[in-house]
Design a protein around this ligand. Structure first.
Ligand code: PRT
Ligand code: ZN
Length: 211
């Protein structure tokens, strides 16, 4: 019996995910271009995937558990359980407008063109507010959209704010605060649940010791 964990293959969550396992006393070799790796001292198999694919893999029980940003989890809207916030990968999903614009509240967005990689979360926010706007889904460099005339507004991830600033944009409204979370498949067997409980005990101890 082995617990299968999906983590990001590269990118911003990869190193912190592997470091968390290390801090839990679990060593994982990440060979170049490997899809999976077996831990040496815990019954754990680690799958290296694009973050966008992790919720689906966990819903389908290809991986029992996964580490992913709440932003991706909410956008993909898959049937999985959130087990634990992990305290890294912190960012926010915010609207930003050209810096000369005056934004007082979300009614500004009425009738605007909004570029985002998070169409589902953005649409949910607009719906809640009763706002009609046009959403343009783009997968990268969202912050360039206003300067090339593709959109009036962007809804993008922000951490320091410097990307927005360098593109002449200002953050005006946050719709989601996000961090990496541990998720699990909804139908875990009791043996997998026991392994997860063991891992979770270590994760909580590590996080307590750091605070
Ligand atoms: O290849 P793969 O699909 O796996 O990776 P990816 O390119 O889709 O994601 P990646 O590695 O960029 O981010 C993975 C996760 O890290 C995200 O889903 C978030 O949960 C989290 N995270 C934390 C961030 C940021 N901070 C962040 N700042 N993800 C992206 N950004 C980008 C943002 O999109 C913008 O382009 O950084 C830029 C803004 O940063 P500041 O500091 O200039 O504001
Ligand atoms: Zn991605």
């Amino acid at each position: 019996m082995v617990l299968k964990l999906a983590v990001q293959k590269g990118g911003r969550l990869h190193e912190d995910s592997i470091q968390l396992l290390k801090d839990c006393g679990i060593s994982v070799k990440n060979g170049h271009n490997q899809l999976k790796s077996t831990a040496e001292n815990f019954p754990l198999e680690v799958y290296f995937l694009r973050d966008d694919d992790i919720p689906q893999y966990v819903e389908d029980a290809v991986a029992h558990i996964g580490i992913v940003g709440e932003n991706v989890l909410l956008e993909k809207n898959k049937q999985v359980d959130t087990v634990e916030p992990l305290g890294f990968g912190k960012c926010r999903l915010s609207f930003a407008v050209p810096k000369g614009e005056t934004y007082t509240n979300s009614t500004y967005l009425q009738g605007k063109k909004i570029a985002t990689s998070y169409p589902f979360i953005t649409q949910q926010f607009l719906k809640e507010k009763g706002i009609q706007a046009e959403i343009h889904e783009i997968s990268g460099s969202v912050e360039l959209a206003p300067s090339i005339g593709l959109a009036d507004v962007v809804c993008d991830l922000v951490s320091s704010g410097s990307t927005l600033f360098m593109n002449g944009l200002k953050e005006v409204e946050t719709i989601l605060k996000s961090q990496a979370v541990l998720i699990k498949n909804k139908g875990l067997g009791s043996e997998q649940q026991q392994l997860l409980d063991k891992l979770l005990f270590r994760i909580r101890s590590v996080r307590k010791a750091k605070n």
